[in-house]
Design a protein around this ligand. Structure first.
Ligand code: ZN
Length: 659
């Protein structure tokens, strides 16, 4: 455990006063994933300031919900009237929604985020700075059969120990009752069994130092008991093609969930080795390291691939505990969020890559905690009933009811060829904007620089190389779980050659890219598209040259016409598999790599037009951009085209020869 405090850094934050230092040390905690992960933990500051009448008032600055400690700013702290928050802690009972209402209506800044659900607890602790984390090392010790005894022996009188209690108002009440009785001259913190640890102090530095000290002592405890360095036998060698089996599993998970979900793979060796362990069922079948995680990971993982049994078990769990919920609750979808499979390793489930990645980050750390807990005497999670209470907390259920509209392609996976420039690049952006994850292929290695976001798996791939295409598909499915949409965009347009001068080589070269490679992609993609939860979708980027060819482009026009005919046959053959396939015929899209300024100038001159007029030389007298083609390609993958297959649509500003 490293103390990250740096006086120079701190001095820069100190110019913003005590709240500045509150921001600084909160970020230090957030920077260490062994302390908090993805929105976990919270911090506060009690501060006196003048109100608008010049009267002093005590404010509790508490982390706002939705903020991550690592990136928190002063605006991420909710200013709550301290006296009011303290008085709430003296009530015999208060529902959590009523508690949130009281806190939100007693803040001094309109538009501040909702204060943390631990606000009253922070208010009751009589210290200026209070820090709370879900430190792995402390939880490892706490989550064992004799966890409480070990925690008491380890910390002696330096912490107050609070037995597990549901977070929110009940926990604040329990602390209000126990803490004053047990606090002593040596108290520097508080351990909430099976939940986390608090530290506090007069300054940001003191409170932070104490947190690091408490966690370091827990780490030393584990080390002294040979429960720190844990090792597993090496994972089984990665097997060959898994893509169909993975796509099958994702389809089943999506079916059970009633929505399209991603199945994010994890290449980490420890996770793969853990998934192949016989002990995995008992360890990961108990519950998460801290109850907070249950919202992300569900209580238990799916072992293997029997999704139907998992869903049935989940239904029984809900039926058994639903009467515990404080208000009427609605069952969450019964699909797993964590899958441990001997062959696939660890996979996590989510509607978006970000959501599935959070589950993966949490679970990879949990695996280490499970193993250390085993080495310490046996990992033991909270009983299912306690976890149910957090999973079906009325505050969480309220969030569900508020859910905003989901993007049309959320959870979907698309593959786009020729993705490093022009129409392909714009199509990747249009698909991302609609919520899809994208496998972006291009023979130009520049494709890796186009899309840094985790929703894109960029791969250098020459689509005429059959082995490379298969490897790219395999990698895409290992990453995202399947394939729902295919946009066949890559193509070549060689310099004009009339038929009498057309070489066999050029002819074959054009057909190899524009037709043969696409046939192969369709063939390889078909079994995956067939398993797409919302039905497979293919968009072929054709050309105006299909309905209206021009002289000097025989190879190009013939290859695009053949590709269009291939699309029409595929529409007939694959309709029964729920796959729809349509084509777009763009024309005069000048913002692509093909059209340099010189080429454009010389073409315009040939027609006796200025460049500007040449660009608008169509019925609507409008300029057609890559973006227009891309938006329509993405739209064709969405619900608007749910009943359309085998269709051809021009994107050309209107062409009198086509009309
Ligand atoms: Zn907590």
């Amino acid at each position: 455990m490293q103390n990250l405090w740096n006086d120079d850094e701190a001095a820069a934050f100190a110019t913003a006063g005590e709240l500045g230092l509150r921001v600084y040390s909160s970020r230090l905690l957030g920077r260490d994933p062994s302390l908090v992960l993805h929105g976990g933990g919270n911090t506060s500051l009690k501060h006196s300031e003048a109100d608008v009448f010049g009267q002093p008032q005590e404010i509790l600055y508490i982390k706002g919900s939705g903020w991550d400690l690592e990136k928190i700013e002063a605006a991420g702290f909710s200013p709550v009237l301290l006296d009011h928050a303290r008085r709430l802690g003296s009530l015999p009972s208060l529902s959590d929604p009523a508690m949130v209402n009281e806190l939100v209506s007693h803040m001094t800044r309109a538009g501040a985020p909702n204060p943390s659900v631990e606000t009253i607890l922070h208010a009751l602790l009589p210290y200026r700075y209070v820090d709370h984390t879900h430190a792995d090392a402390v939880l490892t010790i706490s989550n064992t059969a004799d966890g409480e005894a070990q925690i008491r022996e380890l910390y002696g009188d330096s912490v107050v120990v609070i037995p597990y209690c549901m977070p929110g108002f009940d926990l604040a009440r329990l602390v209000a009752e126990r803490f004053p009785r047990e606090v002593g001259p040596n108290t520097i913190g508080m351990v909430l069994l099976n939940h986390g640890v608090f530290s506090f102090g007069d300054s940001a530095r003191q409170s932070y130092d104490r947190m690091i000290e408490l966690v370091a002592r827990a780490e030393d405890w584990l080390q002294a008991r040979q429960a720190w360095t844990v090792s597993l036998p090496p994972p089984p060698a990665a097997t060959a093609a898994q893509r169909l089996a993975r796509a099958e599993l994702r389809a089943e998970i999506s079916r059970v969930a009633g929505k399209t979900l991603l199945l994010l793979g994890c290449a980490d060796d420890t996770a793969r080795a853990f998934a192949a362990q016989p002990a995995v069922t008992r360890l990961a079948g108990q519950g998460p390291v801290t109850p907070d995680h249950v919202i992300r990971t569900k209580r238990v993982a799916l072992f293997g691939r029997d999704v139907a049994s998992y869903a049935a078990d989940y239904g029984r769990y809900f039926a058994e505990y639903r009467s515990r919920a404080k208000s009427a609750c609605q069952m969450l979808d019964p699909a797993p969020r964590v899958v441990l499979d001997a062959e696939f390793g660890l996979c996590t489930v989510g509607s978006t890559v970000a959501e599935a990645q959070i589950v993966q980050d949490i679970y990879r750390r949990s695996i280490t905690t499970f193993l250390r807990g085993e080495a310490l005497g046996g990992y033991q999670a909270l009983p299912a009933a306690d976890l149910f209470d957090v999973e079906y907390w009325d505050l969480e259920q309220a969030k569900l009811r508020k859910k905003s509209a989901t993007p049309p392609l959320q959870g979907g996976i698309a593959l786009v060829t020729g993705a490093a420039s022009g129409i392909g690049k714009a199509t990747v952006s249009a698909l991302l904007a609609r919520g899809a994850a994208v496998i972006a292929l291009d023979r130009d290695a520049g494709v890796h620089d186009c899309f840094p976001q985790p929703e894109v798996l960029a791969q250098t791939c020459d689509i005429t190389d059959a082995a490379a295409v298969e490897a790219a598909l395999e990698a895409g499915v290992r990453r995202f779980g399947g394939l729902d949409m295919l946009v066949l965009n890559a193509g070549i347009f060689p310099a004009g050659a009339r038929i009498d001068a057309l070489s066999d080589d050029l002819w074959r070269q054009v057909f190899a890219v524009n037709l043969d490679a696409n046939l192969r992609l369709l063939r390889l993609g078909h079994p995956l598209l067939k398993r797409a939860p919302g039905g497979g979708r293919v968009v072929v980027i054709g050309s105006k040259n299909v309905p209206a060819p021009g002289p000097g482009a025989a190879a190009y026009s013939a290859s695009k016409a053949a590709l269009t005919q291939l699309m029409r046959v595929a529409a007939l053959e694959w309709g029964a598999d729920g796959i729809r396939i349509n084509a777009l015929h763009p024309n005069a899209v000048f913002d692509t790599g093909l059209w340099t300024d010189e080429v454009l100038a010389s073409r315009a001159q040939q027609y006796g037009l200025s460049v500007a007029d040449y660009k608008r030389n169509n019925v609507l007298q409008t300029e057609v951009g890559s973006r227009h083609v891309a938006e329509l390609a993405a739209e064709m993958c969405g619900p608007l085209f749910a009943c359309t297959t085998g269709a051809q649509l021009p994107v050309d500003g209107g062409n009198d020869r086509v009309i």
